[in-house]
Design a binder for this molecule. Sequence first.
Ligand code: TRP
Ligand code: ZN
Length: 463
Amino acid sequence: MSRSARLVPAAAGLLALALTGTACGGGVHGTPGGSGVRDPYFPKAGNGGYDVTHYALTLDYTPGSRHLTGKAVITARATKDLTAFDLDLAGLDVDSVTVEGKDARWNRTGQELTVRPHDDLGKGETFRTTVRYSGTPQTLTDPDGSEEGWLRTADGALGLGEPVGSMAWFPGNHHPSDKATYDITVTVPKDLQAVSNGELTSRHTQGGRTSYAWHSAQPMASYLATVAIGHYDITSTTGPHGLPVLTAVDPTQAKASAKVLAKIPGILAWEELNFGPYPFTSSGVIVDRPDDVDYALETQTRPVFPGAPETGTLVHELAHQWYGDSVTPKSWQDMWLNEGFATYAEWLYEEDHGGKSAQQTFTDLYEDDDEAVWAFPPAKPSGAAHISDSPVYERGAMVLHKIRQKVGDDTFYDIIQGWAAAHRHGTASTADFTAYVEKKVPDKDFAGIWKDWLYGDGRPDHP
Ligand code: TRP
Ligand code: ZN
C-alpha cells in the first residue's frame, strides 16, 4: 500500500466530526478529541484530547491461519472535556468498544477509530477503554518504501512499529509524544514462543496454547513495542549490576550470533560509562528472520535484528535505549536526536576499541564527496520518506562531534549524560536540546553550529 493510501484524507476527518457531533448536555461542554497531533511528517499519527498511561494488550495469534484476536484495555486521562476521541488502528475488524464498562459508539475512517463514549468525559478524568478486535494484521509500507507493522517471519510473525506500524496490531495513540507503560500477553500454539518488551511475568500452557505475559514498567512510545512469535533459542544472562539480559534468537541464526551477542554485557557497561545509568529494568535482543525487512529496530529493552548483527549495529540499537527509547523525540522531525546519537555512539565505540577516532570518521565524511550526507539539514528532513536518510544519521552525528570539538571531552560527556538524565523516560525536541546545551555551557557560543550544522542547507564551508 502506498503512503497516501494509508493516510486519512482530510474529508474523512470531517466526516468523523460530523458523526460524533458535539454534545453539550449534562454540564460537560466537550468536543471531539482530534484525529492527529499535527506531527509535521505524520499529521494523522496520534490523537488529541487525552494521554494514555497504560496499555494492557491481550493477543492470540496463530501463524498458520495468520489470525489475530486482540483485546486492548487502554487507560488514559482526558486533557480536555471530551464527547469523543480517536484511536489509531490500521486494518483488522473492531468487534466492540466499551468506555468505563459501558458500550460506546464507534466508527472508522482510514486509520482513525473514533469512539463516542456513552458518557462524556471531563478534563482530568482517567478512563478505561476496551477494544476487542480480530482479523489478519497488515504489513504497512512506509513513505520510504520499507515494510513495518505486522510482518511474517520464516516461522511466525513480528510486530515492528517505526514510525507508524504499531497501529497494524493494536489500537492506540500512535505518536511518540504519548508514552505509556505496557502489559502485553500473547497466546500462541504451544510449540511456539512469544517474546516482547520488558520482563516475562508469567507463562502457562492450556489446551494446546501457551500464554506469555510481558511487562514494561517504564514508559514506552508505541513505535518501540514489539511482539516476536516463532521458534527461538532463549538465553538469560546478566549485564551490569545484575541487569537481566534475555536474548531470543531464531535457531538458524544462533551459530552466527553467538560471538557478537556475548558482547552485550560489555557494550552495556561501556554505554553506562558514557551515557549514564541504563534506563530500563531488563535488556536483551531478538534475532529473527522477517520477510522483506533488512533493518534493525531499537524496540524497547529488546532491539530486533533481521539476522545475526554486526557489532556496530548492536552498539547502535543498544545506544538507542538511552537516546530514542528513554529520551524519545517529541515529533518525527526530531529523529536526529535518535539517529545522530546512536550513530555517534558507534563512532565513539570504534574510537575506544582500537579503531578510527571519531575525529577521523568526521573528517572522512566531510571530505568524501557523498552528496547524500548534505541533502538536507538533520533537524529538517525534506519529507516523511527521508526521516531515515543519511543527513539524519551521519550529519546528526557530525552535529554532536562539532559540540565535542567546541567544549572538549569532559564537558561533552557531561552534556550527553546530562541530556539522558534530564529527559529520562520522557520526550524532547531539537529546541529542548539546543537550549539544554546552551544552558549547560553558558560561556560558549553555539549559534554557528546550530545554523550551519543542524539547520543549514548543504555542506558547511568549514569542517
Ligand atoms: N531506527 C532504526 C535504526 O536504528 C532504523 C529504522 C527502521 C527506521 N525503521 C525505520 C528509521 C523507520 C526511520 C523510520 O537505525
Ligand atoms: Zn538507529
